[in-house]
Design a protein around this ligand. Structure first.
Ligand SMILES: Cc1ncc(COP(=O)(O)OP(=O)(O)O)c(N)n1
Ligand SMILES: Cc1nc(C(=O)O)sc1CCOP(=O)(O)O
Length: 176
């Protein structure tokens, strides 16, 4: 996921093009947060939109059937709408409080469970997740909870690679 909240459009596009090259070389899909124009310009694999961004059904119309669309959902109603709109997955949070996103409503583990149970779509949990609590999140044991998304757990640390390995090991243990 390429998420740039303060970048100028042209700078965002350059970063996205660089990310695309790296992702393609490693067989990893790249989604762009919020910005359909950037996704189209760099031929990204998809877009993730929140509840105040362009609606997911418009994203589907603009991107066509083959791109990946994720939608942030905090409620069962939003999850139902994401399905109707043609989303491919749901991002649900904040599971825990976070400093990464200002004024973000925390839905907790119970909110995550409600959203998972309300949808057939795969769900990714987000918000305050790191290697100390990722096992508890995945441990809710609802089959369509497919993973976690993190920012500070990797990028507010000294070594991204080390933290990614730790988190990966935790997730493998929690899900096998
Ligand atoms: C997997 C996943 N879930 C939620 C988000 C957040 O997207 P959004 O609601 O658009 O919030 P901002 O990123 O714009 O603050 C995400 N990017 N990925
Ligand atoms: C980008 C974002 N969206 C959220 C939501 O609840 O939809 S929480 C969040 C921030 C995630 O960062 P961290 O892993 O550092 O908490």
């Amino acid at each position: 996921m390429n998420r740039e909240k303060d970048a100028k459009t042209r700078d965002f596009l350059e970063v996205a093009k660089s990310c695309i090259k790296i992702c393609r070389a490693h067989g990893v899909p790249l989604l762009i947060n919020d910005r359909i124009d950037i996704a189209l310009a760099c031929n990204a694999d998809g877009v993730h939109v929140g509840q105040s961004d362009i609606p997911a059904h418009e994203v589907r119309r603009l991107l066509g059937p083959n791109k990946i669309i994720g939608v942030s959902c905090k409620t069962t109603e939003q999850a139902e709408q994401a399905w109707i709109d043609g989303a491919d997955y749901i991002g649900c949070g904040g599971v825990y409080p976070t400093n990464t996103k200002a004024n973000n409503l925390t839905v907790g583990i119970d909110g995550l469970k409600r959203v998972c149970l309300a949808s057939k779509l795969p769900v990714v949990a987000i918000g305050g997740i790191n290697h100390t609590n990722a096992a508890a999140v995945m441990g809710i044991g609802i089959p369509n909870l497919k993973g976690v998304a993190v920012v500070s757990a990797l990028f507010d640390r000294q070594c991204v690679l080390e933290e990614a390995s730790k988190l990966h090991a935790t997730l493998v243990e929690a899900t096998t």
